[in-house]
Design a protein around this ligand. Sequence first.
Ligand SMILES: [Fe+2]
Length: 366
Amino acid sequence: MAAGDEKTDITALLYSNRSAAAYALGKYLAAATDASLSISLRPTWAKGHFRRGEALLALGRVREAHAGYRKAAALEPHDIHVRVSCERARILAQNESMGLRVVQMLAGRDFALKPRGLHPIRAGIFRFAQGMQNFIYLIADEESRKCVVVDACWDVDGILAVIEREKLLLAAAAVTHSHFDHTGGMPPPPFASLRIRVSGVAELKRRMPHLPLLVHPLDIPDIIESNPQLQPRHFTPTPNGFSFRLGDRTDLHFMHTPGHTPGSQCVLVNGCRLFSGDTLFPGSCGRVDLKGGSLPDMLESLRTRLCAVPDNTIVYPGHEYGGEWTSIGREKKRGFLRPDAHPGCSRHNSVDVARAANSANATVAV
Ligand SMILES: [Fe+2]
């Protein structure tokens, strides 16, 4: 290698590393600038394009970020980290072109955090939430700033804080199914005897009495059982095919997908984004052995209803079991939408509650 080339390589590397350091410090504009300088010196290095993509994504410039990731992926097609980042940016860019914003919140990362001085019972509930790995979603229409929260549970204060931070207006609360980790209320045995109540849709309804509570009719009785302060008149029943609009461009279509519970439902947004609750996970599906669960119903929901959704639909699951998202096409190839997949063998049939129970031992102690 000629001395000049070596000097250029070292300078490009220094800019790339300084970009990474700026990114880690939250200085995203500086990170993007340094990444661009690195690219100008060595345009055939994937690293510079990747770092530029990361910085631009953090700045909310998702289309430019996607372009950067695409260049990185073209140069390093076998780098899984680059490919996943590129896919994430592609989804975000598509959402942006629809005027759609999806905020995916994870327990312990975005809500149910641990502020100092938290009441010990509340701290125990938050630990339980982290063990359950619940995702809560905001589905927002960019133009009107209206949003629907999906499965508001565990920490209503924390969820409302995110809505405020994102400058959104809460228009409705949708519930994918009746289980307490998606709705709040009284947890199931053996925790029911502790008289602990998990913050959730009842608390949301108390604070915002006119907020529509979108629940499939078959799951309303179980939610009332664990939230006795709620009555049937507090719910907006969502039979199969029910539609709820946010602004002019965002349509929420409710699909009845029984199996995990009798009234489990998925929410299909604009025909291409599916909020699947505990019906479908990446590489798996929900349990069918709990109260009201049904293997034949789950098979019917997966094979008839969800297999009819377009393959390019992005699926946002109700828990972080196997990833943050998947697609209908991917699940048809490798997951539980395969013709030979059998929900009775779902690897999450017993894992989730056992894991949460372990993390909840402190809750029991208090
Ligand atoms: Fe569930």
